[in-house]
Design a protein around this ligand. Structure first.
Ligand code: P5A
Length: 440
């Protein structure tokens, strides 16, 4: 892609309405545009990054055997009345009516709808367990939308739902998701720690929030800092291995503020290991047994002819929130660095270009063509901005690698710079190989 053709409305200054780094940068680099309070359009750069995050989330769900489907954003109020949440959910629920006066709502979550789908088709214990998910827009009429995509009204969520025969099996599903979440966040370049949390309007008595540390986070956390040293790579997706991993996490005190008890914290965690700080909730998982299956009459036949309400859990990841969360955790000294797994481009070509001298342009174009031929996703800055202005711009955009052609550039070797890191001088072929190797 040529920068001059890219729809990327860069702003020169930080927008005054944005209070935190991620919000400022997302507006400044033209990733999003506010359409009304708490509602955003995703412009090409932001959308591309979000789609990459979505794909990683999807792959890790598929790996544990979850099946993807797609439910609508608009739901009937009927099932919410059946579960009792139509009134309980309060003002956050956007209630609407169609032209026949039928009560509808814009889904803030999908426990009811998935239960209705399940009960209509699954009748026997033989079909269990099931793990279903979708990645879809949600709407919550938040009282105080703030921090851009971090707390907004319309947001993109991956939500999964598990259906099991009994508590024991259901806990296995919960653990599988727990494992998938740790792997997902790791692939996104984040260390997200599961913290015991309150269940709020979703319900149930077992729940973990996955938190990444950030001063601008809205969640206050209390933990034993040794929990950050757990190495998940030693575990695989066998039930026993995942159970062992969960036990490792459970051995350390780690809670969000609504679960915090001072006496417990001081008793269980030595002073030198105590960590009290703030974080961003990027995922949240729940086990709530028959909270929805009972009122919605979602049961299966057992072998002996009896019926049992299925045991359910639900599992959310804030896909759109993650875009902001990654920025919050990766932005240092005015330089952004997207993890390679979600970077909007793999490499940028940054030449110094002058109107009356085409030589640098032609060299840069040659590099561009070679990389494109090798299916490397590259952004070519073909504008005539001064090189120092280009560097500033690319520090904000955060593409992990840069190929730089200075004004007095001669020879066959190019400056290959890791953003915020080392610069090497390499032949074009070496650059190509390096970029292709980075993928593996
Ligand atoms: C779990 C899946 C649920 O809704 N039902 C289905 C359960 N959980 S949750 O914690 O309420 O939300 C899951 C994740 O969605 C993100 N999120 C938000 N992102 C941006 N703006 C919001 N207003 C917002 N609300 C929730 C969070 O990442 C949360 O962990």
């Amino acid at each position: 892609m040529y920068l001059s053709k890219l729809f990327i409305p860069l702003l020169k200054e930080n927008p005054s309405e944005a209070k935190i780094k991620s919000h400022q940068l997302m507006l400044r680099t033209g990733m999003i545009k506010q359409s009304s309070t708490g509602i955003y359009s995703w412009l090409p750069l932001g959308f591309k990054i979000m789609k990459k995050i979505e794909q990683i989330v999807r792959e890790e769900q598929n790996k544990i055997g979850a099946q993807e489907l797609l439910m609508p954003t608009i739901q009937s109020a009927e099932i919410w009345k059946e579960s009792g949440r139509y009134d309980d959910y309060g003002e956050e629920l956007l209630r609407i009516k169609d032209r026949q006066g039928k009560e509808m709502l814009y889904g803030p979550t999908n426990e009811e709808l998935i239960t209705e789908i399940f009960r209509a088709s699954i009748k026997s214990y033989k079909s269990l367990p099931q793990l279903l998910y979708h990645i879809q827009w949600k709407f919550r009429d938040e009282l105080r939308p703030r921090f851009g995509v971090m707390r907004c009204k319309e947001f993109f969520m991956k939500d999964a739902y598990s259906f099991d025969l009994n508590d024991e099996e259901a806990k296995k599903s919960y653990n599988k998701m727990f494992f998938a979440y740790l792997n997902t966040f790791k692939r996104l370049g984040l260390t997200a720690i599961p913290m015991a949390a309150d269940t709020g309007p979703i319900g149930g008595d077992l729940s973990h929030e996955f938190i990444i540390l950030a001063d601008t986070g809205e969640s206050k956390i209390y933990s034993d800092k040794r929990i950050f040293d757990i190495d998940i790579s030693k575990h695989n997706d066998a039930d026993d291995s995942i159970k062992e991993l969960r036990e490792k996490y459970d051995a350390f005190y780690a809670v969000t503020d609504n679960k915090f008890k001072k006496e417990d914290f001081e008793k269980k965690v030595k002073k030198e290991n105590q960590l009290v700080t703030k974080g961003i909730e990027v995922g949240h998982i729940f086990y709530f047994g028959d909270k929805y299956s009972k009122p919605l009459k979602c049961s299966v036949d057992l072998q002996d002819g009896k019926k049992v309400d299925v045991k359910m859990g639900s599992y959310g990841i804030g896909v759109s929130r993650l875009v902001g969360a990654i920025i919050e955790s990766k932005f240092t000294n005015n330089v952004m660095r997207w993890p390679e797994s979600v970077a909007p481009f793999e490499v940028a070509i940054i030449p110094s270009l002058q109107k009356n001298d085409k030589s640098n342009y032609l060299k840069a174009k040659k590099i561009y063509n070679l990389l494109i031929k090798n299916k490397i996703d590259v952004l070519f800055d073909d504008t005539e901005d001064h090189l120092s202005a280009k560097f500033k711009k690319f520090d904000l955009i955060g593409i992990p690698y840069q190929i730089i052609l200075g004004s007095k550039f001669t020879g066959d070797k190019f400056e290959f710079k890791e953003i915020n890191g080392e610069t090497e001088t390499l032949f074009l072929d070496e650059i190509k190989k390096k970029l292709l190797n980075k993928r593996n």
